[in-house]
Write a protein that binds this ligand. Sequence first.
Ligand code: SRM
Ligand code: SF4
Length: 519
Amino acid sequence: MEAIMTAATINTTSQNKFEKLKAEKDGLSVKAELEKFATLGWEAMDETDRDHRLKWLGVFFRPVTPGKFMMRLRLPNGILNSSQMRVLAEVVQRYGDDGCADITTRQNFQLRGIRIEDLPEIFNRFREVELTSVQSGMDNVRNITGDPIAGLDASELYDTRELVEQIQAMITNNGVGNAEFSNLPRKFNIAITGGRDNSVHAEINDLAFVPAFTDGNFGFNILVGGFFSAKRCDAAIPLNAWVPPQDVVAVCRAILEVYRDNGLRANRQKSRLMWLIDEWGLERFREEVELRLGKSLLPGAAHDEIDWEKRDHIGIHKQKQSDLYYAGLQIPVGRLYAEDMFEIARLAEVYGTSEIRLTVEQNIVIPNISDVRLASFFTESLLGKFKINPEPLTRALVSCTGAQFCNFALIETKNRALAMIKALESELEMTQPVRIHWTGCPNSCGQPQVADIGLMGTKARKNGKPVEGVDIYMGGKVGKDAHLGTCVTKGVPCDDLQPVLQELLVTHFGAKPKVLVNT
Ligand code: SRM
Ligand code: SF4
């Protein structure tokens, strides 16, 4: 049997800054030093621990707001309960105006305003309600996404919730931290869906499992190598492998081991899984995975079962359980404050079964509302803020963090996105939702390549002066036959964007200018 390679044994001959810092000390080891950091304070502690290694615990130093950290959770399949939501709300509440939470494009929560001196207590609170933020940043596997209506959807082929839990448990050692997978060459994204509409954007993950039948047996076709980076974006490609559900966790482990031990580490721009597949070829990659797995992979099924257009889950929908409904609430750009979170927790308890789910569109789903409680649910004032029937453009709006908190950002995104949508909706009559995604820089966290209209922050020029601008992407197709959009226009100054978007919406998406009546 091959020896397991860990941080200490990986060959680090050609080391960039990040490989060096990982070789010096594994990121997870800062877990034992939290009390010390809390006493020292953020200004006195070791900078490498503060700016980098704390990310292994999901704690991100924010150069834009020094001393106020961000915490990124792990919520497998985007599922949490009302007690967990209350703990998250209490954490951000203590930071007053600095505290808020964002639903992320990986069905996850990030908390804002966190002080280093509070970390020991925050982690204690997390443990009490079984929340973890471990290994959610840097060279680790990110939150594992799944269908937000898994187990509720009459049309789904397989309820993947348990599989997602098992994968997370394997990778993180049940949320405690796992040194086996704490030194990957780079970040790694995993998604798994048993539904028909590709609710997870399988094609943009390093590893994705999509439903497929072989000889009448249910399982998953495997896709590998999807990723976005500033230099290169690629959709995942079929590995030509099919696995039954019971082999999914072992296949994840085998692929992660192959990537961990062979992924390219010299140049971080070329470290994502697709670069290794390029270097080896798909056949060799598949063989290496089989070697780790200890058995052959079956060939991929001829076609997968992704045959629906993607749903956004907003509104009230019947579940497969008789007399039960789920409610999808639109959360503008995913931003929540403590009072919103307490209210969502309350609604989930009063009307549902205390469960709350997040979507990759940065919205929430409250499942298991009985039909007899719906009329009363509709009277809740929170539905005025987080609508179940929002305007078509608001409905499909997604935005990354942007300049308010992210030092990579070339533009401010969330607030600008909200103001722009409001302005466009006041001018246009829309007949359909149009998925507009904002992302503050070429890292593409806001996934502009999957959008109908994607807006990527860039530096533009206006009247000879540098100004905030966007590159415009179009043609992203999600759900069935998903494919990535491409850049159609470069460097539009943000101040000039509104008429440009108006024109695109009229020409390509059936929008009609509103007839304004003077009263
Ligand atoms: Fe991202 C780095 C935010 C999803 C590609 N991303 C960052 C950092 C950590 C940079 C930083 O330290 O400031 C951002 C934190 C800003 C902040 O304060 O919030 C950040 N990424 C986000 C989130 C919060 C965007 C959002 O508003 O929803 C998403 C968190 C997901 C999560 O819960 O884990 C987020 N990031 C993504 C996605 C979308 C996805 O996974 O579907 C991508 C593109 C897909 C991919 O990775 O292949 C993405 N983020 C990146 C990259 C480019 C990776 C690369 O290979 O080059 C970076 C930069 C890096 O890693 O060096 C990055
Ligand atoms: Fe920050 Fe750029 Fe990611 Fe937006 S796309 S969160 S600006 S790194």
